[in-house]
Design a protein around this ligand. Structure first.
Ligand code: 3PG
Length: 307
């Protein structure tokens, strides 16, 4: 078996070593393609591999067409919107993610973002504390839950909404208030932490109306996906409301305009930083390697996302 690790944004060295060790112990050949700048390099590298490990690297129809022997793609991370799952399914290629493995890193960044924006991006001027403020969590999955836990540790009042979790006991078990609707969630959010995936239903779903409904001085914290934001709608709300703030892990398409218009009320990371910790890289990378071996040896498809 030949396994390609294709990471435009590389894993920490220790993670690469760990992945390689697991795959070599199974007597697989390991090929590493890091920091590639040209799609052609990926197309060439996938040509003869049986398995592929990626991060946010785009696994498009074109990549799948070029990968004649490919049997499994593991996205070492949570969101798999970068993989064309339908095209993979048509070809009988299994797509998996590694849910939960990098969640803590993302949740820590969300906590950092709240404080960073409350302290004027660490520039001069009087800021605010986050203790006693309401932290609203949109989608209560692996990351949302951990953000809630960190918010509570910081003395915040944590509320949440998840369209797919109807059992209030899930929230109550964590001492989190489950609210009835998205509208209520945003209208009570001093900080709104987004954890929805990018799907056809969610893309562009957070915009003007929800932003306008947020309390005075509110901050929208996006460690999910830039695509879930209706950028024009949010910008309009931020123009009309000089108290609203937006911080995003990965720059919106209109980042330059937003930076110019909104100054310290806006911040975006140039590259996605949420899972950029050695711990997250090791957890997600090693899980990906183990899942590949478990699939080839035992046929385990527990983490398959394109069934
Ligand atoms: C994820 O979906 O797991 C995160 O967005 C991390 O993405 P990354 O591996 O590209 O940093």
């Amino acid at each position: 078996m030949k396994v390609l690790i294709a990471t435009e944004k590389p894993f920490a060295r220790k993670a690469v070593d760990g992945i390689t060790e697991i795959l070599k112990a199974a007597e697989y050949e390991v090929v590493l393609l890091e920091k590639y700048t040209d799609k052609g390099e990926l197309l060439e590298a996938v040509a003869d591999v049986d398995a592929l490990i990626v991060r946010s690297d785009k696994v498009t129809k074109e990549v799948l067409d070029a990968a004649k022997n490919l049997k499994i793609v593991v996205r070492a991370g949570a969101g798999f919107d970068n993989v064309d799952c339908e095209e993979a399914k048509k070809r009988g290629i299994v797509v998996m993610n590694t849910p939960g493995q990098n969640s803590n890193a993302v949740a820590e960044l969300a906590a950092c973002f709240m404080i960073y924006m409350s302290r004027n991006q660490l520039t001069s001027g009087t800021g605010h504390e986050i203790q006693g403020k309401t932290l609203a969590i949109h989608a209560y999955g692996n990351v949302g839950k951990l953000v809630g836990r960190k918010g509570k540790a910081l003395g915040m009042n944590v509320i949440a909404f998840d369209p797919f979790i109807t059992d209030k006991a899930v929230f109550e078990a964590d001492g989190v208030e489950c609210v009835e609707s998205i509208e209520e969630l945003y209208s009570r959010a001093d900080f709104l932490s987004l954890h929805i995936p990018a799907t056809p239903q969610t893309k562009g779903s957070i915009g003007y109306d929800l932003a306008m409904s947020m309390p005075k001085g509110a901050t929208l914290v996006n460690t999910a996906r830039k695509e879930v934001i209706d950028e024009a709608g949010l910008a309009k709300a931020m123009e009309e409301r000089e108290d609203l703030k937006y911080i995003s892990d990965i720059a919106p398409d209109t980042a330059a305009e937003m930076a110019e218009k909104f100054g310290k009320r806006f911040f975006a990371t140039p590259k996605k930083m949420g899972a950029e910790t050695a711990e997250a890289n090791i957890n997600a990378g090693l899980a990906a390697a183990r899942q590949i071996v478990d699939y080839f040896v035992n046929g385990n498809t527990r983490f398959q996302v394109n069934k």
